[in-house]
Design a protein around this ligand. Structure first.
Ligand SMILES: [Zn+2]
Length: 170
């Protein structure tokens, strides 16, 4: 019996992925020979599968590059012990920004300038916060310390350091 386009369409993903049984695969192939509508769907499907494969591979490559950049930056900075932990958080944050960008097809253009800016901001904020916390140990410096926390909150609002600084001045 002839299968409907609707039924064939549902099998096309598995067909393109070679996951169908030989019997089903033959039925789909026979239908495709006669049906231009389903041929077009299959073509579009294969293109999108190829594209997602390319994005996936690019993503892996870029992740490695970004990791290397951050690790390099972290090595070049004389971090107080506290800030070294912050660098780990920045790395996690950046990786998650990248993956979110990858799985959202509409925004698959990864904005590296923006990621770079966020890394720099997060790094600056973490260093300022670490410095301010050291300063906070001196009773005479409390006015400057408060100004400093406020500066972090206002200048780097998107960072985790800003959230921490905010708690200090509340
Ligand atoms: Zn069809």
């Amino acid at each position: 019996m002839e299968m409907s386009c609707e039924k064939i369409e549902k099998m096309l993903v598995d067909y393109a992925d070679e996951q169908l049984s030989p019997g089903d695969s033959k039925k789909v192939a026979e239908h495709l020979e006669k049906c231009e509508h389903c041929q077009k769907i299959l073509e579009a499907l294969q293109r999108s599968l190829e594209l997602s494969g390319v994005i996936w591979e690019d993503g892996l490559k870029e992740t490695k590059e970004i990791r290397a950049t951050i690790q390099q930056k972290a090595r070049n900075i004389h971090w107080p012990g506290y800030a070294a932990a912050a660098a780990g958080i920045i790395l996690l944050l950046t990786t998650s920004i990248l993956w979110r960008a990858l799985v959202r097809p509409v925004e698959k253009e990864i904005n590296f300038a923006d990621i770079e800016r966020r890394i720099t901001e997060a790094g600056n904020a973490a260093r300022l916060l670490a410095a301010t916390e050291l300063l906070a140990e001196y009773p005479n410096a409390q006015t400057i310390v408060k100004q400093q926390y406020r500066y972090i909150v206002e200048t780097y609002p998107e960072t985790t350091s800003a959230k921490k600084a905010k708690l200090k001045i509340q």
